[in-house]
Design a protein around this ligand. Structure first.
Ligand SMILES: C[S@@+](CC[C@H](N)C(=O)[O-])C[C@H]1O[C@@H](n2cnc3c(N)ncnc32)[C@H](O)[C@@H]1O
Length: 333
């Protein structure tokens, strides 16, 4: 395996990459009105997520998605992790459901989606609206995966369930695309059956042995993935941090299942570079882009650090010095 990672400072809406050059995109855009991403202590200019309204935010995301379709090979896949927000009228809309309905009738320009606003306390339904817009762009929505987070931040709510998951949408350009599900099948414990067992055959259908339908490598992964978040430990000399980094365990099955061994894997909102790190650790070429020079420095460190590569591979961290060589570096063994 000779994977490597490339870090590029750039805008997710205008990537410096040729047409049809990428096998897989795995990314998480900034959520709307949640964080102010920084660069050298300053608010990051041109950042997505800072739009004045949810509708403008969605327009930015679809602009990015059109650019990703340009760089994606026809047989490629796109995975997007996207979170939702509750309406708190920060977008200037009316406060009650009653006035929301009246206001919507009066102010919504013709042809605009009537879901551009939501009453106070309602979810904005941003992941759902993003996916519907992707269908309009000509993409196929192949799956929606629930990323269940056992270590989700506590929420102080008294009248609804706690949110402990985010959605990951799997998009493709074509009905037939690259997939290597055998790489990520889960052990076949639930599939156990007695040798020679047959299932009931509906009248008029050919009788098939159950062996036809059981894969000895296991079942395809389910649409619910339970994966804990992992805090990132950044060395002091980088003087930076990233609070929204993917856990490598989330990216691993996506890279192994939907990119060829020598493929190119891109994260256009690369942040600390997790996608490129995992892709390179598994022999692919990882490309990570971010608008912030600070986060690009972070990604540069992360994608070349042996300890981070071990985390990506889920193996023990290598010793900092080879056994028996400490004396050569003036350190006691
Ligand atoms: C949710 S974080 C991604 C974290 C990443 N998955 C990781 O593992 O570290 C979103 C990133 O998008 C970047 N960003 C915001 N607007 C951008 C734009 N227009 N183009 C490229 N990157 C942008 C932010 O700087 C931030 O690092």
């Amino acid at each position: 395996m000779n994977g490597r990672a490339i870090v590029i400072r750039g805008d997710a809406r205008a990537l410096p990459l040729p047409d049809a050059s990428v096998d897989l995109i795995c990314t998480s855009p900034p959520y709307w009105a949640l964080r102010d991403y920084r660069d050298g202590g300053e608010s990051l200019k041109g950042q997505i997520g800072a739009e004045a309204s949810p509708q403008e935010y969605l327009e930015s995301l679809w602009e990015c998605t059109r650019e990703w379709m340009r760089v994606l090979k026809p047989e490629g896949s796109i995975f997007v992790v996207l979170g939702d927000k509750y309406s708190d009228r920060a977008d200037g809309g009316p406060a009650s459901a009653q006035s929301w309905r009246e206001d919507r009738a009066g102010c919504m320009p013709p042809g605009r989606s009537s879901t551009a606003m939501a009453p106070r306390k309602s979810r904005l339904m941003l992941p759902e609206r993003y996916r519907i817009g992707c269908l309009d762009l000509g993409l196929l929505v192949r799956a929606v995966i629930i990323w269940s987070k056992p270590s989700a931040m506590p929420e102080r709510v008294t009248d609804r369930v706690r949110n402990v998951h985010e959605d990951i949408v799997h998009l493709t350009k074509l009905p037939r695309y690259y997939a290597a599900i055998d790489e990520i099948r889960t052990p076949a414990s639930g599939y156990a059956r007695k040798p020679g067992a047959r299932r009931a055959t509906p009248p008029g259908q050919r009788r098939r042995a159950m062996a036809d339908t059981v894969n000895p490598l296991g079942a395809p992964p389910s649409s619910v993935w339970e994966i804990a978040s992992q805090p990132l430990k950044v060395p002091d000399h980088l003087n930076d941090d990233h609070y929204a980094a993917f856990p490598p365990a989330l990216v691993r099955p996506i890279v192994l299942g939907w990119s060829p061994d020598d493929g190119v894997v891109l994260d256009p909102f690369g942040g600390s570079g997790t996608t490129a790190l995992v892709a390179a650790a598994f022999g692919r070429r990882g490309v990570t882009t971010d608008l912030s020079a600070g986060y690009c420095r972070l990604a540069q460190w992360r994608t070349t650090d042996p300890g981070e590569r071990a985390r990506a591979l889920d193996v023990p961290r290598p010793p900092s010095l080879v056994d028996g060589q400490a004396a050569l570096f003036g350190e006691s063994a």
